[in-house]
Design a protein around this ligand. Structure first.
Ligand code: ZN
Ligand code: ZN
Ligand code: ZN
Length: 315
C-alpha cells in the first residue's frame, strides 16, 4: 500500500462516545455473554439470557453496541476486537478492582547486593525495591527500585510472591521486545525513542548516581505516539537479544533464553559491570560492553538500536 492509513480513516469513535455507549449494565452484560458463548448468538438467545424482561429496550442497547463493539452477521451477533478488549479489561480487573499490597519482604534477592527485595502493589503497579542499595533507579520511583511495572490485578490471583515476580518478569520481556522494534505492545501504534545520557555519571557507595538517580549512564525511553504507553530501561537491554550477545552469554554460563529481566543472582556480578559508552552524537552511536572474567564482548548500536558492529576483546 502506497498511502498509509490516517487516523481519520480508521472510523474512530470519540472517547466520550465510547464511554457513553459502555456506561450501561445491559450493554456490558451483552459483551460478557458474547464472550462466554464463544460463538455467534441470535437476538432472542441474547435477550433471554441478558434481559429476559426487557425486549423493547434490548434492541436499542444492541443497536448502540453494533458497529464498534459487536458485529451482526447471518449467524448472529459476535464480539468485535474492541468488544473483546472491553471484556478483557473487566476480566483482568484493570477497571473493576483496585487491590493494594503494602511493602513486604520476598525471597527474591537484589541483583546488586544480597538483600531480599521488598514488594508492594498499588494503583495496578508492582514495585520491587531494595532497602540496602540504589537498586536500578530512583528516577520517578522509590529509591532502590529494581522494577516498577503496571501489572493487572488478575495477575496477583493464586500466585505467591515469587510466582508474581516471575509472571511480571515474563510479561515485562514481552512488552519491551516490540517497543525496541518500534511497535507498541498495547495498541500496535508507532513508538518514538529518546535517549537520556548522564554527562556526569558516578557511583555513590550504594551504586546509584547522585546526578541521574540511576545505576546506568545510558537509558532509552520508548513512548507510543498513539496511546502514550511508555517504558524506560538501561540501553544495554536493547543489545541483549542480539545473537552475538546471546551466544556470548550462553558460552559464559548465562543461559536464560530471554535475559532482559531474568538476570538472576548468579549473574549479578556480570550485570553490575555492563557499561555503555557514547561513541558519537547526532546521530547517536553507542557501545555496550559485556564483561566476563577474561574477555569482553562489545556491541556497537546505532541510533535505531540496531547492532552495527560486534567485537570480542581479551582483557
Ligand atoms: Zn540491593
Ligand atoms: Zn548519572
Ligand atoms: Zn500504543
Amino acid at each position: 500500500m502506497d498511502v498509509p492509513v490516517t487516523a481519520a480513516e480508521l472510523d474512530e469513535i470519540t472517547a466520550e462516545k465510547a464511554f457513553s455507549i459502555l456506561g450501561n449494565e445491559t450493554r456490558i452484560a451483552v459483551l460478557q455473554e458474547l464472550w462466554r458463548a464463544d460463538e455467534p448468538c441470535s437476538f432472542s438467545e441474547l435477550q433471554k439470557t441478558v434481559a429476559p424482561d426487557d425486549r423493547g429496550n434490548f434492541s436499542y442497547h444492541l443497536g448502540k453496541l453494533a458497529g464498534h463493539f459487536i458485529r451482526k452477521t447471518d449467524e448472529g451477533y459476535s464480539l468485535r476486537f474492541a468488544g473483546e478488549q472491553v471484556v478483557r479489561a473487566v476480566l483482568t480487573g484493570t477497571i473493576t478492582s483496585d487491590p493494594t499490597m503494602s511493602s513486604d519482604e520476598t525471597n527474591q534477592e537484589c541483583l546488586y547486593c544480597n538483600t531480599q527485595l521488598q514488594m508492594s502493589y498499588e494503583e495496578e503497579t508492582l514495585n520491587l525495591r531494595c532497602e540496602n542499595c540504589a537498586g536500578l533507579t530512583a528516577r520517578d520511583v522509590p529509591h532502590g527500585t529494581t522494577m516498577n511495572f503496571e501489572f493487572p490485578p488478575a495477575g496477583l490471583l493464586g500466585r505467591d510472591y515469587e510466582e508474581i515476580i516471575y509472571a511480571a518478569d515474563v510479561l515485562y520481556d514481552s512488552k519491551i521486545s516490540p517497543m525496541i522494534k518500534g511497535i507498541c505492545p498495547e495498541c500496535t501504534g508507532q513508538v518514538s525513542r529518546t535517549f537520556t545520557i548522564c554527562s556526569e555519571h558516578e557511583h555513590d557507595d550504594d551504586g546509584g548516581c547522585p546526578n541521574c538517580e540511576t545505576r546506568y549512564e545510558h537509558w532509552g525511553t520508548f513512548q507510543c505516539d498513539d496511546c502514550r504507553y511508555s517504558r524506560s530501561f538501561p540501553l544495554w537491554y536493547a543489545a541483549l537479544n542480539h545473537p552475538a550477545a546471546t551466544a556470548f552469554l550462553y558460552t559464559n554460563g548465562h543461559n536464560e533464553k530471554v535475559p532482559f529481566r531474568k538476570v538472576t543472582w548468579d549473574n549479578r556480578q556480570f550485570v553490575q559491570d555492563i557499561t555503555g559508552t557514547t561513541l558519537q552524537e547526532d546521530p547517536y552511536k553507542f557501545r555496550i560492553t559485556f564483561p566476563v572474567e577474561d574477555e569482553r564482548l562489545q556491541l556497537t548500536l546505532d541510533d535505531e538500536l540496531d547492532v552495527i558492529a560486534v567485537e570480542k576483546v581479551k582483557k
